[in-house]
Design a protein around this ligand. Structure first.
Ligand code: FES
Length: 156
């Protein structure tokens, strides 16, 4: 016997209708969420490997300057400006200054002032990196682009 205070059981047709409405609501919500994410790029662009190192006045001919934050040595001559990577070609340690060039603190590879291997396990010379000039004249180094050893960028 059912009393007046007991809830009426939900008819099966109404139950299926509510279930359908709930599913449609979830689908619409998911679609809106997906559309809201569309304007955002899924892949973030990589930082450029080209870095600005400063105006040519900071690198007068006849000088060399180490930029430790970039792991490069900038060599400036009358022929132009060059950049030498200070990342050891053996296992990637940062080479330091030695008596006659560079010495790797990890396994003792030695390089002459132009980056040629003169001892140790390093399999190849230190890479020379591409130097360029921005439109405003600032010197730039591409830390991911090698250039032939001995190539100096003619600064204008
Ligand atoms: S990392 Fe430089 S010699 Fe091994």
């Amino acid at each position: 016997m059912s009393g007046r205070l007991e809830p009426k059981p939900l008819p099966r047709r109404d139950y299926l209708g509510l279930l359908g409405l709930g599913s449609a609501g979830i689908a619409i919500f998911g679609s809106l969420l997906g559309m809201a994410r569309l304007p955002k790029p899924r892949v973030l662009p990589e930082a450029s490997s080209v870095v600005r190192i400063g105006p040519p006045l900071e690198f007068p001919p006849g000088t060399t300057r180490t930029l430790p934050e970039l792991k490069i040595r900038v060599i400036s001559t009358e022929k132009g400006v060059a950049a030498l990577s200070l990342i050891c070609t053996h296992l990637g340690c940062i080479v330091g200054e030695g008596e006659k060039g560079f010495v790797c603190p990890c396994h003792g590879s030695r390089f002459d002032p132009e980056g040629r291997v003169i001892g140790g396990p390093a399999p190849r010379n230190l890479p020379w990196l591409a130097v360029s000039q921005a439109a405003d004249g600032t010197l730039c180094v591409d830390t991911a682009a090698e250039t032939p050893a001995g190539h100096f960028y003619p600064v204008v």
